[in-house]
Design a protein around this ligand. Structure first.
Ligand code: PAF
Length: 291
């Protein structure tokens, strides 16, 4: 199926043929990897790709390798027709929508593991998740050979894992992080927000609120540990089950116990009913003293 102005391509061979034609014409190429169920956050990635590159490829693939056995792979939303309609209204030229067999033919045996930055935080609660992400993103980058690939900062650890992987494997691509798009009440956009009941939706913005308050206190000079403890208690009291809420170095994701002269990142994951929400915010380093 194709939508007006948007080519829908389902095989790696056809993707390569089209990308090669663009390359021959001297065009630059941006890749926006997604799992579909597109929202304004994804469209911001497409807009960022268009700013830097002449052509934009959006991949839509619900990647089984990044879901745990008890996670929502089977029920993850797959509104293909609506996604094509949304992309048709953007500047993207091509949707790459491979099947599972196209991505992982019989006998597929390779996995990419990014140690260090890919450990702890989400990985501690979703073991193997980042191996699945790194493996599929490496394949998409090799298949498309883009100049730049665009990822949302909402999945901050994912962005860092992909950046590390691309560097370590000498993939000639720029990995671009795009700021999180939020609802007016602060909730970060996510395809999984569709799972929230009306009551849960009312509670969900507390995650961002707790992060904003904690980030402001730490930026103001408060010691991180008690601030984080208070934020966790406040969320728990409202019925959000906190998986983690931590202050990490923004570049290495190493734990930060006291505010140092380097940018930090406050990252959290919570459960609200059956929905897992993640969010993160920057915590800038202290301004240099004038004395
Ligand atoms: O962030 C996502 O939607 C996915 O993890 C990604 C990067 C498309 C890989 O499947």
């Amino acid at each position: 199926m194709s939508a007006p102005g948007l080519a829908v391509v389902r095989s790696v061979a056809e993707l390569r043929r089209r990308v090669a034609a663009w390359r021959a014409a001297g065009d630059t190429i941006g890749l926006v990897p997604t799992m579909g169920a597109l929202h304004a956050g994804h469209l911001a990635l497409v807009a960022a790709a268009r700013e830097r590159c002449r052509r934009t490829v959006v991949s839509i693939f619900v990647n089984p390798k990044q879901f745990g056995p008890c996670e929502d792979f089977a029920t993850y939303p797959r509104p293909e027709t609506a996604d094509f309609a949304k992309l048709s209204a953007t500047s993207a030229e091509l949707a790459f929508v491979p099947s599972i067999d196209e991505m992982y033919p019989e006998g597929f045996s390779t996995a990419i593991n990014v140690s260090g930055i890919g450990e702890g935080l989400c990985d501690a609660h979703r073991p193997g998740h980042f191996d699945g992400v790194a493996t599929v993103v490496a394949k998409l980058l090799i298949q498309t050979a883009p100049d730049a690939a665009f990822f949302g900062e909402k999945d901050y650890q994912q962005l860092m894992v992909v950046r590390r992987m691309a560097r370590d494997l000498d993939l000639p691509v720029e990995i671009v992080g795009v700021p999180t798009v939020r609802e007016p009440d602060g909730l970060a956009l996510s395809s999984r927000n569709a799972y929230l009941s009306a009551d849960e939706r009312r509670l969900a913005p507390h995650l961002n609120r707790a992060l904003r308050e904690a980030a402001a206190e730490i930026t103001g000079g408060a010691a991180p540990a008690p601030v984080l403890e208070r934020a966790i208690s406040a969320l728990t009291d409202r019925g959000l089950r906190v998986e983690y809420l931590e202050l990490r170095d923004a570049a290495t994701l190493a734990p930060v116990a006291s505010r140092a002269a380097r940018p930090a990142r406050l990252l959290a994951a919570v459960h609200l009913g059956r929905t897992r929400l993640i969010d993160n915010l920057p915590v800038p380093p202290p301004a240099p003293s004038r004395s």
